[in-house]
Design a protein around this ligand. Structure first.
Ligand SMILES: [Zn+2]
Length: 120
């Protein structure tokens, strides 16, 4: 085993994962040095899509920051540390569910929604 002048060993240095440059749209933008390598995910700002409820009955839902809001979807971009392409995330706090769509899947969803809205 090789030891450097600082006392680091080659085995220790092999465990250090270099930071990856953030995407231009990442909210953090610093490469996420305070996160474990597998947690280094770029996140964009999100857009909120309010949901209307059939019959006009609205149920307030809790959010992660302990506020109560009308049902909605949060939509944003995410890129995992080991992926090249970002994903479009559709997050429902009400259902506590997230959909991760490839860019192609998101485009397909957009086209399907456009088609349905065009005949509605
Ligand atoms: Zn980032």
């Amino acid at each position: 085993m090789t030891t450097s002048s600082r006392g680091d060993t080659a085995a220790t240095n092999a465990l250090i994962v270099p930071l990856r440059e953030c995407t231009p749209w990442c909210e953090k933008g610093d490469g996420h040095p305070d996160e474990f390598p597998h947690d280094r995910r770029c996140w964009s700002s999100y857009g909120r899509v309010p949901l209307s409820v059939a019959g006009g009955h609205h149920k307030f839902v809790g959010t992660v920051d302990d506020t109560w809001v009308l049902p909605h979807l949060n939509v944003y971009l995410s890129r995992d540390y080991d992926l090249e392409d970002p994903q479009v995330v559709i997050h429902s706090e009400d259902a506590d569910a997230e959909l991760y769509l490839s860019l192609d899947a998101a485009r397909s969803l957009r086209d399907k929604l456009d088609g349905l809205l065009g005949i509605a």
